[in-house]
Ligand binder design. Structure first.
Ligand SMILES: [Zn+2]
Length: 250
């Protein structure tokens, strides 16, 4: 059976003399492994499509759950992300996180769109790496049904307004100051961080990185975003450790 789809290569490993096994996040089948025969030959027309971060229209042949690349047409290669180790390490983490939230065999167009938007922003330096990472983490959770609540108190239902509030990483809910008999899980968040989270989850994808935030609030957002994603993923990411290691380099 043939499948026509859009996909981005999130990992490539050499196979035999001239082939590659590609891990591909697709628009409609989640993450799949694709056997790309002969793509390491210089003469292969699909050389560029079979590289990490390459986004292409693909024609695949499927037999017994195994996919083979038949044809591909490159849409974007995000090649420059490979030139800077910090950009590269973050791109790897975004790819791994995106693929871990996609469900095998299921439609994953919104996750794919988010990943592409974030890689584009990273490549074109539309925002800082730290902010792209935070926004991606929160939006990814929201796209997958884990919407953090930052507008209303989970206990009394009152609007949080302009006060600081308490936020539960595990529950994804907020408490107002009056209801704040904080458990261990609750952390205090400045109101500006709540507003930023609302923007990241509610705005159109094209604008999800467009907001202003102070440096100190950005640092708080960064911590919350990462912990929120890790709590949803229920796992760690090697690529996240790699990114952090790279960020510490001079
Ligand atoms: Zn309350």
């Amino acid at each position: 059976m043939h499948h026509k789809l859009k996909g981005i290569v999130i990992r490539e490993i050499p196979k035999g003399e001239t082939s590659r096994l590609l891990t591909v996040l697709t628009s409609n089948l989640g993450v799949i492994t694709v056997n790309a025969k002969g793509v390491r030959k210089l003469s292969s027309p699909y050389l560029k499509c079979a590289q990490q971060f390459a986004f292409s229209n693909m024609l695949l042949y499927e037999k017994n759950g195994f996919y083979t690349l038949v044809e591909a047409a490159l849409i974007a290669d995000f090649y420059s992300l490979r030139k800077d180790i910090k950009d590269y390490s973050l791109a790897c983490y975004l790819c791994e996180a995106a693929s871990s939230f996609s469900i095998p065999g299921e439609e994953s167009a919104s996750i794919l769109r988010l990943l592409l938007n974030s890689l584009y922003a990273l490549e074109n330096k539309l925002s800082s790496r730290a902010l792209i990472k935070s926004c991606f983490e929160i939006r990814l959770c929201a796209e997958c049904g884990f919407l953090p609540e930052t507008a209303f108190c989970a206990e009394c239902g009152s609007e949080l307004g302009n006060d600081d509030f308490l936020f539960s990483i595990v529950g994804g809910v907020a408490l107002c100051r009056d209801c704040a008999t904080a458990g261990n899980d609750y952390i205090r968040l400045p109101n500006a961080v709540g507003k930023a989270i609302a923007h990241i989850t509610e705005s159109e994808l094209a604008r999800f990185l467009s907001f202003r935030i102070s440096q100190s609030d950005e640092a708080v957002l960064s911590g919350v975003a990462e912990r929120f994603l890790l709590a949803r993923a229920e796992r760690g990411f090697k690529t996240l450790s790699f990114y952090k290691h790279c960020e510490e380099l001079q």
